[in-house]
Design a binder for this molecule. Sequence first.
Ligand code: SF4
Length: 252
Amino acid sequence: MIEVNRRLNKHLGTFDADAMETRSPEDILTWAVKNYHPRLVLSASFGAPEGMVLLDMMHRIEPESRVFVLDTGRLHGATHDLIDRIRDRYDKRIEVIFPRAQDVEQMVREKGMNHFYETLENRRLCCRIRKVEPMQRYLRDFDAYVTGLRRDQSVTRRDTPKIELDVGNGGLVKINPIADWTHERVMEYVGEQRVPINRLHSKGYPSVGCEPCTRAIGLGDDPRAGRWWWENEDTRECGLHPSDEQSGGLGI
Ligand code: SF4
């Protein structure tokens, strides 16, 4: 951990990770753009308002700022619609990344189309092939990336720092500018700036992932309750953002 922090502080120059904790998202993004653009990219699912808020903020700071989305091949139509709405609204090229066709073909040939419901191992295999591998492959060309992770989204995210070193992705700087924001603060920004968001949010989906692995939730349910609802709460991550300790089973 000391080695990770030493390498991180070397990246951060005159700032250190602790000092970043007290800075606003706009300050952090301005610093990130200045230091890393164009080798900086926003990772957005287009299935959560957090990513759209950060896209809006980054676009104001640098209109050429980059954004990518993983198209797993199992996304909702509403998510594809939002990708095009964002493209039109900001006149922005969205970098859509797909899994390797041969990996998906082999997986469904051997296990079937919806094997992820059967075991945790199958579910993690599907997320690894459709999400983790494409993201790792894509991020090789970058020095830093931005995410919309927030600490109160789930038990697996409660220790998320604003800046960290992503050891699993070759030591990239991972920037989580709104880690300390609440859902209410996110929606306030969406309203104030009229940021386009996924239309399924108004139909009971606080977070929209792949169509077969997301369902609407009821009033008072945990916001992540509709994701991989058949699993225990402590395994409900796709492998893109687990801490080092949690990532063992995914090999990242
Ligand atoms: S969320 Fe479901 S469909 Fe999407 S990659 Fe993971 S297991 Fe596969």
